[in-house]
Design a binder for this molecule. Sequence first.
Ligand code: BDR
Ligand code: CA
Length: 308
Amino acid sequence: SKKVILDVDTGVDDALGILLAVKSGELDILGITTVSGNVSLAQATVNTCKILQFAGAEHIPVVRGASKPLLRQEHFEHRVHGKDGLGGALRDMPLHIEPAEGNASDYIVDQVRRYPGEVTLIMTAPLTNLAAALIKYPELVRDVKEVIVMGGVVMSYGNVTPTAEYNMYVDPEAAKLVFQAGFPSLILVGLDVTRKALLTEEHINKLNDATMQQYVRESTRDYLNRYYERNGVRACALHDPLAVGVALTRSVVTMKSYYVDVETRSELCDGQTVCDFQNRLQREPNVQVCTEVDTDAFLAMFLRVLDA
Ligand code: BDR
Ligand code: CA
């Protein structure tokens, strides 16, 4: 099966992405690396260990990464993901697994060098760890199989500023480095598609596994309300799970190749992903942008896998 590393800042949707990856049984998850983002590095690491324990996947190593963005300060998202990042779910679960020794960027480099051409990186957080890995080992570009990034938005508005998506906004310098690195395959799963992958209470009610249903209900409860305030619909956008979904089944999305870059020097637009639709800059495409998603197929897969 496909070798992957997940890079996460475990909030509500990262956790659901991890569950999808683990429970699919179709991915060889070498390890999960953590980073500061929705919550602190320490909290993201605890949450990742918790969700692996919940999923019965204690054998997967969790490796800590950057405690802040390359050049900027942290920007947590407690309003969306709750104080603890999991919307209060699993708060009473005694945790008996610990993160592994070592550091995320070294870990990414080591694994990719160990399996050249085989590793897919699924990034669902600010891109600090991957940027740090690239700085240490630029040949990563040649040796990695593929990079799937949940982040950005090219045809619509942002979710943290008017123009920027959260993962891009938090560490735009890291994102720029990753976009400009020259990966042969870099897939962008942005808000253009993830905003259409909405988990509603109706979906949650369909889960047959009672423990899973309870977890999903609890972890998404506040998120649904918060999403309603902004978007007028009670739902949890499955941003990060969709990136995992693309790793599992390419056919759930439609992709188009474009040149994409990230703004890093604007008071108003930092973190904006700028997509050169008409090739005005005359650059080679560097990103495969997801432009459409088969929402029903993805949601059906997501629920089927979580219920397995
Ligand atoms: C992204 O930002 C985070 O809050 C989510 O976990 C997701 O990775 C969506 O913009
Ligand atoms: Ca995330």
